[in-house]
Design a protein around this ligand. Sequence first.
Ligand SMILES: *[C@@H]1O[C@H](CO)[C@@H](O)[C@H](O)[C@H]1NC(C)=O
Length: 412
Amino acid sequence: MNVKLYSCVVKRLGQSSVRVVLLAVAVGLYLIPSPIDPEPYIFEGPPPALEGPLAVNTRLQRGRRLFSGQLKGPESFTADQNGNIYTGTVDGKLWRINKESLTFITQMGRNIPECGKSNIAPAEDEKMLVPESVLGTSTDYEPVCGRPHGLRLDRDGQLIVADSYQGLFKIDPWTGEKTLLHSSKEGADGIPFGFLNGLEISKNGTMFFTDSSSKWGRRHVRYEVLETNHLGRLLSYDPVTGHVRTLLDSLYMPNGFAFSSDEDFLLLAETSIGRIIKFWLKGPKAGTREIVLNNMIGYPDNIRLSDRGTFLVGISTVRFRGRLFPPFLDLISPYPTLKRFIVKLIPLSWYNVLLPKYGLILELGPDGEVIDSLHDPTGSLTWAVSDVFQQGAHYYLGSTDLPFLPVLEEWS
Ligand SMILES: *[C@@H]1O[C@H](CO)[C@@H](O)[C@H](O)[C@H]1NC(C)=O
């Protein structure tokens, strides 16, 4: 489809959806304030064609699931020199993985029974068809339980963890002892953090991290994407002075990022608009940014450097396929009024039904060019990939909600 025809189709479908929605709701509904204040966002065109390095395959199915029912939503990973792998889960817990064994390290917040009983999880048996209002809003406990996202080891072997809700922590991986380094409440430049997400530690010890939104927390990530605001920041924390600096602001849901091997730049995902930017740290362009990948095939989550010097990107949702409709977000993104309505009509827990269950990860070259992609079109191994972490020949695949840890034995 060419761009014109595409936008025409999107517009048509969009307009008819507007009509349907308008007819379906009473005037009273119109008067209820919408929780979101969306901005229109129009992609440059249809998502790129599934050809060349993006051609459909089943290479992401060639793996296996570990710790089924034990690890829920391992979002990001890091490893120590002995090959132990660390991850944090949606129930607010930190874990150490050694081959096939799993050790609990600590709970980021309070360890209460409600932790991790999120019903927005796209469970394999499609339980999420039952609305949140019926099951109770257990995601409301997330801020209490904590939610570890980005985590890395510092030079002293201590875990540095970005807890989505609470702030930056230092944690002893062997005793579980926690130290709060910088609270989300304190934030930066007078603005508290709303949704801490990606984290990297540079060679000189400076910690870089993202606040995806100063408005919506992690449990409201759907609102954040629908609203398409630009209230995200890239920040740094100096472990010596404790000083937090804003490096970039006005970002569209900044999420994961990765340094190049000599740290002359980093690549950063802006999830809500399907874009990757390059931010220069050294050289004549230091401090400037440029767009390296736009109008992506899906919504990028974390970015990791592979040992081949390429960048591996987890795609949380693809844009080229819908479950019940054509690509749902593409369809509605230009229409703030429609988005306001949809949020009033559809409980948060239902969006997973609208989004395709399609696993996809990308491999990018240093200039953001797509050089390879692994697909799982039916979600038989995984989908909604948040992280692609290479450890020797193995690749650990993260997710925000899935109750298992998918591992590829090789990149084949
Ligand atoms: C530490 O390294 C980062 C990334 O290379 C750089 O941006 C920062 O300026 C460095 N800080 C110091 C104090 O040298």
